[in-house]
Design a protein around this ligand. Structure first.
Ligand SMILES: *Cc1c(COP(=O)(O)O)cnc(C)c1O
Length: 355
């Protein structure tokens, strides 16, 4: 039976990307060596990093003055690297969920943190829109897509101070105005690659302004200067990212990705709103296109496990919601097909007909 992968991360990748990465793992570009045994300093690996960086710049229309680097440690390491490198006195954080809260917690180790707004009062079911940004803070941190709660900030924030954005789960799903950001970072395993690499897009002139000493590996300048080759980078995940960036380009770039994301989300949200058994958890104007969260309607609570079993029988993988929200979550990253969303909607409809 055909499986539809709605996992929140690590998550679905285009079949072509998986095949090309698997082929490189067997024989990297006819070299007779596996990509896994290829040195990051090998002559045939440098072009992989160069092309991946070039495609980042091309697809996201990244202006001059920004670097793209690949690091280890996941998005979670960025929670501390950001304040380590940028926070001199004070930073502002928008709290929209678990990941945002974790980022904020790390920043408190380095200085004063102002929480500009929080949606914790309603279990993070919305993204606060009206908040004041302190002009004397070093940066404003936002999480553009809240993977767990299914909410998304779809507009680039206008801010008088640099914006630092965790875009782990919505990077490459829409065009961005990168000039409005100081740093954009994320773990690759949601919408870019397999797990194991972290991307950071960074405006170079923000660096070198804090007075503290920064350990070499945690200093962005090290990695900017060495083109992500200060130490051994994860070659296979970077190669997989490159194949996925090529795939995105072949599909028509981030505009095409956005169009598909809108279409996919509409199919599932329309079914959630139509179907008497289910209700969405996020406020409508904060709904994410990447992670679509829903629960059983109050009068049908007892059907939750039955629906999960039913969906699984129909080939739906990974639709169980995060424990903080419960219910269900359909993660619809770039590689998810329209057909997959139609299959999930049909499965919800069929389940309704049974009850
Ligand atoms: C998954 C996720 C993270 C954590 O990523 P790691 O790479 O596992 O550290 C952080 N932020 C967001 C928005 C996420 O979805």
């Amino acid at each position: 039976m055909k499986k539809y992968n709605f996992n929140p991360g690590p998550s679905i990748l285009p079949k072509e990307v998986i095949e090309a990465t698997a082929a490189a793992c067997l024989d990297f570009q006819g070299s007779g060596l596996s990509l896994m045994e290829t040195s990051h300093r090998a002559k045939n690996f440098q072009p992989v990093v160069d092309e991946a960086v070039a495609l980042f710049k091309e697809l996201l229309d990244i202006p001059e003055g920004y670097s793209v680097i690949f690091l280890g440690g996941g998005a979670s390491l960025q929670f501390c690297m950001v304040p380590y490198n940028l926070l001199e006195k004070k930073a502002a954080y928008l709290n929209t969920g678990v990941w945002a809260t974790k980022a904020e917690k790390e920043a408190k180790l380095f200085g004063e943190v102002v929480e500009v707004a929080s949606s914790k009062d309603k279990n993070f079911t919305y993204v606060p829109r009206d908040f004041e940004i302190p002009v004397d803070a070093d940066y404003l941190h936002v999480t553009t897509n809240n993977t767990i709660y299914g909410t998304e900030l779809l507009q680039d924030v206008d801010s008088p101070i640099p914006v630092v954005a965790d875009m782990s789960s919505d990077i490459f799903s829409r065009p961005l105005d990168v000039s409005k950001y100081g740093i954009i970072y994320g773990g690759a395993q949601k919408n870019l690659s397999m797990a194991g690499v972290t991307f950071v897009i960074i405006k170079e002139d923000l660096l070198g302004k804090v007075s503290r000493q920064i350990p070499t590996m945690l200093d962005y300048r090290t990695h900017v200067k060495k083109g992500s080759m200060f130490n051994t980078p994860p070659v296979v995940p970077i190669y997989c990212a490159l194949e996925n960036l090529r795939w995105i380009k072949r599909q028509g770039g981030v505009k095409a990705m956005e169009k598909l994301a809108i279409e996919r989300a509409k199919i599932i949200y329309d079914e959630i709103d139509r179907n008497k058994l289910f209700v969405g958890t996020a406020e409508v104007d904060s709904r994410s296109r990447m992670n679509l969260t829903f629960v059983m309607a109050p009068e049908y609570q007892e059907l939750q496990d039955e629906f999960l079993a039913f969906a699984s029988e129909k080939g739906m993988v990974g639709v169980k919601g995060h424990r903080d929200v419960g219910g269900f979550r359909a993660s619809c990253y770039n590689a998810m097909s329209i057909e997959g969303c139609q299959a999930l909607a049909a499965c919800m409809k069929e389940f309704e007909a049974k009850h």
